[in-house]
Write a protein that binds this ligand. Structure first.
Ligand code: AHM
Ligand code: MG
Length: 338
């Protein structure tokens, strides 16, 4: 039975105690990310008041500049990660280059061994419409030995992640993370200011009845992709078709719903985005780590996302992610018709 009063912090510490060689740094880092996301959550909840308090880019009635929410989220997360003492580099979807971080405590050899990647506010087109948006994060261990991190530290394949997670700022604020031992979800209690355990060991249904894709792109898709969506819409009781369609347009929100109820999210390559639209390091890798831990599957249509060796920080990838059997079926259509 779920312990309703287990905080995120306590959960992280209990998980850490199961690993004898753990030093506590990953736990600290995850707690710092959660703190930054609480601050972002407060600001997201106030976003609807911006019209009253002042438009973004202008000064509000206190004389402070009102920052755009995505820039604000980026600044908070970058600042918290740079000053955590545990990172040697920070990479953000909002920053062109990675940010190398000097060690805070030169004397301690074990300090600053992690690299953190994040998409500070995903679903940017939904920000001004009060529709769910989110933060995605991902943590790797450095490969270099000391000092500030290098580009090589920052462009590792997703299989090397030690932890990943996301926060949905929706009807409530929910944080979901994995450190390689299952997927756990926490809901923010705004009065206590704490994330409380609400989903333990999350598992996605193996097969679903839901697909999430921007179908307005249909005419730009490959034959295989078109055939797959046509198939999902046909009526056939024995295979549970037609599927139903759900698309928010915020990856985190679409992903979270599919994780809870089953579903396949797709952002394929198309004539406009031949390499796909979503970012491998900031979006696809962390969610792929989570979905595999939850018993699902993530693919670029042919290959496992976590095995892709990146060349650049902002590399894009096609993404098929969600219920295991549905992602396998999508791969089958693409290999048959493309
Ligand atoms: P963003 O990082 O600029 O917000 O873009 C990523 C978003 C995802 O959240 C979402 O799944 C996708 O872009 C929606 O794209 P589209 O509007 O083309 O359907
Ligand atoms: Mg994004």
């Amino acid at each position: 039975m779920v312990n309703k009063f287990k905080t995120l912090y306590r959960h992280i510490i209990e998980e850490e105690r199961k690993i004898p060689e753990a030093t506590g740094q990953l736990s600290d880092l995850l707690s710092d990310i959660a703190l930054a996301c609480k601050v972002i959550s407060l600001e997201v909840n106030r976003a609807g008041l911006i019209d009253i308090l002042g438009f973004t880019g202008q000064t509000n009635i206190q004389g402070e500049e009102v920052k755009k929410l995505d820039k604000y989220a980026n600044e908070i997360l970058t600042h918290v990660m740079k000053t955590s003492g545990h990172t040697c580099a920070v990479c953000s979807e909002e920053e062109e280059f990675f940010i190398p971080v000097e060690p805070l405590y030169e004397a301690k050899v074990l300090e600053n061994k992690y690299i953190c990647h994040f998409d500070p506010l995903d679903g940017s087109s939904n920000i001004d419409a009060n529709i769910a948006i989110g933060t995605i994060f991902s943590i790797y261990k450095r490969k270099s030995l000391k000092g500030p991190g290098t580009l090589e530290d920052c462009i590792q394949p997703g299989i090397n992640q030690v932890a990943a997670g996301y926060v949905v700022y929706g009807s409530s604020t929910v944080l979901v993370y994995t450190a390689g031992k299952g997927v756990h979800g926490f809901t923010l209690d705004p009065s206590a200011g704490e994330f409380l355990l609400s989903y333990e060991n999350m598992q996605i249904p193996r097969k679903s009845k839901t697909y999430s894709v921007n179908e307005g792109n249909y005419n730009k898709w490959s034959k295989g992709m078109q055939k797959f969506i046509d198939y999902l819409k046909e009526k056939d009781d024995t295979t549970g078709r037609p599927y139903t369609s759900r698309y928010v347009g915020s990856l985190v929100a679409d992903f979270h719903r599919n994780l809870l109820y089953g579903g396949i999210f797709m952002y394929p390559a198309d004539a406009k985005n031949p390499k796909g639209k979503l970012r491998l390091l900031y979006e696809a890798n962390p969610l792929s780590f989570i979905i595999e831990q939850a018993g699902g599957k993530a693919s670029d249509g042919k290959n496992r996302i976590l095995d892709i060796v990146p060349d650049t920080l902002h590399q894009r990838t096609p993404l098929f992610i969600g219920s295991y059997d549905d992602v396998s079926l999508a791969e089958k259509f693409l290999s048959e018709y493309d």
